[in-house]
Ligand binder design. Sequence first.
Ligand SMILES: *[C@@H]1O[C@H](CO)[C@@H](O)[C@H](O)[C@H]1NC(C)=O
Ligand SMILES: *[C@@H]1O[C@H](CO)[C@@H](O)[C@H](O)[C@H]1NC(C)=O
Ligand SMILES: *[C@@H]1O[C@H](CO)[C@@H](O)[C@H](O)[C@H]1NC(C)=O
Ligand SMILES: *[C@@H]1O[C@H](CO)[C@@H](O)[C@H](O)[C@H]1NC(C)=O
Ligand SMILES: *[C@@H]1O[C@H](CO)[C@@H](O)[C@H](O)[C@H]1NC(C)=O
Ligand SMILES: *[C@@H]1O[C@H](CO)[C@@H](O)[C@H](O)[C@H]1NC(C)=O
Ligand SMILES: *[C@@H]1O[C@H](CO)[C@@H](O)[C@H](O)[C@H]1NC(C)=O
Length: 378
Amino acid sequence: MCQQSIFFHLLLCLLLTLGSTSAEFISIGTSIAKPNCQSKCGNLTVPFPFGIGLGAGCSLGSWFDVNCNTSFNPPRPYIGTGNLEILDISDNTLKIKNWVASRCYNQFGNITQENRVLIDLATTPFTFSDINKFSVLGCDEFALMAGSEGRNFTSGCVSVCFSIDDLIDGDCSGIGCCQTAIPKGLKRFNTNLGTLYSHLNIWSFAPCGYAFLGDPDSFRFSVSDLNNTAFQNRTIENVPVVLDWAIGTQNCSEAQGSSDFACLQNSYCLDSDTGLGGYRCSCSDGYKGNPYLSPGCIDINECEINPCDENGICTNTQGSYTCSCANGYSGDGRKDGRGCNAKNSQFPLIKFALGIPLMFLTRLYSYCNIESIKIFVL
Ligand SMILES: *[C@@H]1O[C@H](CO)[C@@H](O)[C@H](O)[C@H]1NC(C)=O
Ligand SMILES: *[C@@H]1O[C@H](CO)[C@@H](O)[C@H](O)[C@H]1NC(C)=O
Ligand SMILES: *[C@@H]1O[C@H](CO)[C@@H](O)[C@H](O)[C@H]1NC(C)=O
Ligand SMILES: *[C@@H]1O[C@H](CO)[C@@H](O)[C@H](O)[C@H]1NC(C)=O
Ligand SMILES: *[C@@H]1O[C@H](CO)[C@@H](O)[C@H](O)[C@H]1NC(C)=O
Ligand SMILES: *[C@@H]1O[C@H](CO)[C@@H](O)[C@H](O)[C@H]1NC(C)=O
Ligand SMILES: *[C@@H]1O[C@H](CO)[C@@H](O)[C@H](O)[C@H]1NC(C)=O
């Protein structure tokens, strides 16, 4: 049968493929950048409310402008007019390239090199995420971290050790490496390194001290870091700083109803948990797309990944779907439920007759190997 009707099959496959292609085409409504705006800077995808170009009108507001500097190859994205390079943008965070404070000494205890760090996010909609930890490396170090805007405080870490044999790779708990948490809502980060004994006793294996804020999951302490001038650059490359972002300073209930409320159709509003106000938007269940971009989130056609029994009929609805059973079958029609069972197996002819269209399509489905053939079952 296959041999005889192979041409017929191929023709049908072709039609089905064309059909499913156009169906898929229709379902791609999830543009992530604002229409007519560049969506990528180098490897970074920039979704609205962020947008590429200073004052280009591609973002929700000037602080969501991404400055794509094309004098680098590949081009590098920066936050606004500043020098914070963006590595990743997600639904609620930004990852930026790190800045590492350092101080090195010679064997006489003189400072030979020093690098301080101050990152100020005060006027931006960003705060340092409390995922970050403040890490200090060294064996004769104390480092202070001063934060302000939001809640002013000074905190820090001290690490004093005497022998390289006491240090353990991967163990950042106070000997050679010290880590401390930061409060939520931190907007300004300023760090300074200091020394108790001018490195005189430990200079041979730990001539420098380092301090940085960053994602602890991307950092693993190695004893050799203490005597490795490449540490600073390696950390800048490998350990990002995580920032939380939010829209405005009003919470959801304050912002809802205002004319510039950013959460569009079929989305819901989430209060920022930084304690500084602001909100974000997320698509409601059963919807996808970019909640900040007109027209808002669009319905997911669940029937494309048929969640119904093979004898069931899937019907897409706004935000959801229903399954029912073909005539002669009973059940809830769902793959994850009771499915569809033949009502009465004494009438195989009826079952056969009704089964034909579905079986036929199922055969074709496996024959053509097309995922979205279920569209035609609707
Ligand atoms: C950027 O993408 C190119 C090609 O896809 C890849 O070779 C390169 O490693 C990527 N660079 C970064 C920094 O991810
Ligand atoms: C791009 O980076 C270069 C080198 O750091 C700098 O001189 C230039 O001003 C930057 N351009 C923009 C548009 O920021
Ligand atoms: C190094 O330290 C010594 C003593 O602490 C001091 O006399 C000397 O001037 C310092 N040298 C430099 C270059 O700072
Ligand atoms: C917090 O620090 C900032 C800048 O250092 C200062 O302007 C502000 O008055 C301080 N706030 C409090 C409550 O001390
Ligand atoms: C520290 O690094 C220097 C230069 O790489 C090397 O000469 C020295 O032996 C190292 N010291 C220790 C204790 O590993
Ligand atoms: C670290 O990177 C900077 C800038 O890319 C470079 O000038 C410097 O030589 C590097 N330092 C080391 C120790 O590799
Ligand atoms: C939103 O802000 C208003 C005014 O500051 C406050 O009264 C209300 O409790 C806040 N709502 C939530 C859910 O935090």
